[in-house]
Design a protein around this ligand. Structure first.
Ligand code: GLN
Length: 192
């Protein structure tokens, strides 16, 4: 399985290192369309979502990426990556892919210095409910609404923080900055 990590800006390296823990995975950094075309699944990392959006346009990746995800490419967006996938951002006109039926509010958990770690309870399947997992929130977006096709897999203080809609998985936190491989394992085994 060749798993890409979009590597235009932000925290792509910790995702690449997390994926390297899975022997069945070949990790590819994605910066050009040929690289995008060659992957079986893709991670959109955290970072700065307006910057990543602009770089996607500059690299000519915006439309190819939108088409591949619409066509079923398994994709996992964390933080800024989740913002890019979302359908709506509160009070912002920035470019988004609009493929995941959630509304988000950027930076809603406070500023960079207010970043925090928390334990969240993730329901991976009906057999694996409420498993504790560590979560790092860095200037995180808050999910303020989810559409009817979206499954909420984890909440933090009542707010969804890990969601899935078909081939799209998204987290407002960073599992790649913790010791737990479980969210990536779920992506590889159940979404891909
Ligand atoms: N604050 C960033 C944004 O709005 C997201 C932060 C992150 O990816 N850790 O784009």
């Amino acid at each position: 399985m060749r798993i890409g990590v979009l590597a235009l800006q932000g925290g792509y390296d910790p995702h690449a290192r997390t994926l390297a823990c899975f022997p069945e995975v070949q990790v590819s950094l994605v910066r050009y369309q040929a690289e995008l075309d060659s992957v079986d699944a893709l991670i959109l990392p955290g970072g700065e979502s307006t910057t990543i959006g602009k770089l996607l346009v500059l690299q000519g990746l915006w439309e190819p990426l939108r088409k591949r995800i619409s066509g079923g490419l398994p994709v996992f967006g964390t933080c800024a990556g989740m913002i890019l996938l979302s359908r709506q951002i509160l009070g912002s006109q920035q470019l988004i892919l609009g493929l995941l039926d959630i509304s988000v509010e950027r930076n809603a958990y406070g500023r960079q210095v207010e970043s925090f770690e928390a334990e969240v309870e993730v329901s991976f399947s009906p057999e694996r409910l409420n498993e504790k997992a560590p979560a790092v929130f860095i200037r995180a977006p808050r999910i303020i609404a989810v559409g009817p096709q979206v499954t909420v897999m984890a909440k933090h203080e009542g707010t969804p923080v890990l969601v899935r809609e078909k081939n799209i998985l998204a987290a407002s936190f960073h599992p790649e900055l913790t010791d737990s491989l479980e969210v990536h394992r779920y992506f590889l085994n159940q979404v891909c």
